[in-house]
Write a protein that binds this ligand. Structure first.
Ligand SMILES: [Ca+2]
Length: 330
């Protein structure tokens, strides 16, 4: 072991001097940041009075082993009646901006609203943690150091570009930020200055929030020719292998196999659309036929529960009244 590592281990192990181990890490990190184009003055203002946040470490420690609650329970928690109602109100209130975004990116307005609703309850819960402090804590702590150092460099780039003030640079404890909860590297790749004020502001500018979400989905393959998917009932004679092996077949073929669409008939121009079955809890639970747009939603968050809920909420949001909402069994 190198002497430097010995020193670090000693400092780490001795508790009260944790701050020193943070300072040591920070000095090294700042050198890397400068090499990657972050100016000394950005670094100086970004890290003033920043120290590790114990709550962030605590929350990070609780992360793994998410309890399996079943999709039905998840859906009821995330897609509450309040969230559906507020989604419809927000959908109507922002109609012209959403229409403009939809026509530019080819991503349906209701999908943009659904992501907005699920990520931050339509911009209300964007997270109150200081971005630099959270990311620095997670990078220093070391469980996923490379990942969080990269995010921290991207975050510093956002400050350096003047897109958000140091004081208002807030997010979740895990570094997801703004009304659509982009990580800084996603912001770097996909954020858009839609209102042309020079700031890609996903914290307070709805035009930027909507366009950034739509751009993310477009760049990850959203196809405006078909929806995300459909709730279906699968007859018992459909081979279980077809449920589990992600085989894509045209809708006409699924219909021939006896799959029943809960929303009623499928438009004739969709019969050649390729779809695969998703049965989130296996067995005879809820079932969905999903298109490649579903995979695009998975690129945002790699969870079937998340992607299905985004899709289902978008269907509800787009309907004007409860009467014509799509049906699914509770
Ligand atoms: Ca802007």
């Amino acid at each position: 072991m190198l002497p430097g590592c010995l020193l670090l281990v000693f400092l780490w192990a001795s508790g009260p001097v944790e701050a020193s181990s943070f300072e040591l890490w920070l000095e090294g990190f700042k050198r890397q940041a400068v090499v990657q184009g972050i100016s000394p003055s950005t670094l100086h203002s970004a890290f003033q009075n920043v120290s590790p946040h114990p709550r962030v470490i605590e929350l990070d420690g609780k992360q793994p082993e998410r309890k399996k609650i079943g999709f039905g329970n998840y859906l009821h928690n995330v897609m509450s009646q309040t969230r559906i109602d507020q989604g419809r109100i927000n959908f109507q209130e922002n109609r012209s901006l959403l229409n403009k975004t939809e026509s530019l990116y080819g991503v349906p307005a209701e999908v943009i609203v659904s992501l907005w609703g699920i990520e931050t309850s339509y911009g209300r819960n964007t997270g109150g943690f200081d971005m630099i402090q959270s990311l620095a804590t997670l990078a220093w702590e070391g469980r996923r150091r490379d990942f969080f150092e990269k995010e921290l460099i991207a975050a510093l780039g956002i400050l350096q570009g003047g897109h958000v003030s140091r004081q208002n640079f807030k997010g979740s404890w895990a570094g997801a930020m703004g009304q659509n909860q982009f990580m800084p590297t996603s912001w770097k790749r996909y954020a858009v200055d839609a209102n042309g004020d020079g700031h890609k502001d996903i914290w307070t500018t709805k035009a930027d929030v909507f366009a950034s979400s739509a751009n993310y989905l477009k760049e990850n393959g959203w196809n405006s020719n078909f929806p995300w998917g459909w709730a279906v009932r699968v007859p018992k004679n459909v081979p279980f292998s077809l449920v589990t092996n992600k085989t894509k077949k045209p809708l006409a073929e699924w219909i021939r196999l006896g799959v029943h669409f809960q929303s009623g008939h499928i438009p004739s121009n969709q019969t050649r659309t390729l779809a695969r079955l998703v049965v989130p809890d296996g067995g005879e639970g809820r079932a969905y036929l999903v298109t490649s747009n579903y995979d695009t939603i998975l690129s945002w968050n790699r969870s079937d529960y998340f992607a299905l809920t985004v899709g289902l909420l978008s269907d509800f949001v787009a309907k004007k009244s409860a009467e014509d909402a799509p049906q699914f069994n509770n």
